[in-house]
Design a protein around this ligand. Structure first.
Ligand SMILES: C[S@@+](CC[C@H](N)C(=O)[O-])C[C@H]1O[C@@H](n2cnc3c(N)ncnc32)[C@H](O)[C@@H]1O
Length: 139
């Protein structure tokens, strides 16, 4: 398999720690890249994931992890169906790293996302995160 991983994709330590602090309960990190948080799934064996898997064909059951983290490659943003499937795997929270150039989508079963932008230290580069929490029915 062709090695795809680019070192510049890696979250700096402070961002990795911030993402970790946003997680609740059990965590699926998909695609994980080199990030060490939670149960790690990725298509590229070079990053030594816990499981090798394609984002477009996940095997996890709906709501099988409390939190799902997703930091996809740019090429995945021309399709949407896979994001809906991935968001379905989270029981409580879906954390999505995304290009700030688009309007945050609404996801079925979730409230409006919190939108957080974090500057990469020593650069002008900003990473955007959307944090979606599941709607909880109040009686
Ligand atoms: C932006 S990087 C993730 C970086 C990660 N946050 C880190 O700190 O290292 C995107 C990852 O998506 C993986 N990837 C690319 N296409 C994929 C696919 N179809 N299914 C699953 N993973 C894929 C790449 O191997 C890469 O590790």
């Amino acid at each position: 398999m062709r090695t795809e991983y680019l070192v510049k994709w890696s979250w700096p330590k402070n961002i990795e720690y911030w993402v970790f602090k946003q997680c609740i309960g059990t965590v699926l990190n998909f695609p994980s890249g080199m990030s060490r948080i939670g149960y790690r799934a990725d298509i590229d064996p070079v990053v030594e994931p816990d499981i090798i898997m394609d984002l477009e064909d996940p095997i996890f059951e709906p709501q099988s992890f409390d939190t799902v983290i997703c930091d996809p490659p740019f090429k995945m943003f021309n399709k949407w169906r896979w994001i809906l499937k991935l968001a379905d795997i989270a029981r409580k929270r879906f954390i999505f790293c995304y290009p700030g150039t688009m309007i945050p989508p609404m996801l079925k079963g979730y409230g409006k996302a919190q939108w957080i932008a974090i500057q990469t230290p020593g650069t002008f580069f900003i990473r955007h995160f959307l944090i979606y929490d599941r709607n909880i029915m109040k009686l």
